[in-house]
Design a protein around this ligand. Sequence first.
Ligand code: HEC
Length: 113
Amino acid sequence: MPCRLSPGLLPAASWQRLLQDLPRHFGTDASLDATTVAELSKWLAVHAATSRRFAAVPPQDRITRSDWFAREHREVPADAWKRAAVKSPANCAACHSGADQGDFDEHAVRIPR
Ligand code: HEC
């Protein structure tokens, strides 16, 4: 699935580690040329999470393993994550129609059946 950056959902330390390992990006080769990596690195350093809410480094630098993710999604039924239209918790846009604009407002959430 395409990677849509919402930089403010991970701390800078996580982004930097992910950038250093793009050829093994959660099982996908996400390699980019060195210039692009350098630009992304600068951009992510500026736009990474600063609010306390998203600032903790989650296990494996995975957004979906962070405490806030578990808390915000407590009410999502367990089977919803595996539905054909969702497939994975990382598929944010399946439920958050504004995900590619970084909009996770609860008013734009719809869990597909
Ligand atoms: C199976 C559907 C589903 C998927 C997939 C999903 N979410 Fe959610 N998300 C929800 C629901 C439902 C809520 C709770 C909305 C509410 O508070 O009523 C929520 C809440 C949130 C909130 C809090 C919104 C607020 O206004 O407080 C954030 C931030 C968020 N999700 C981010 C993400 C991110 C990032 C991903 C992908 C890595 C993701 N979600 C994947 C269904 C989903």
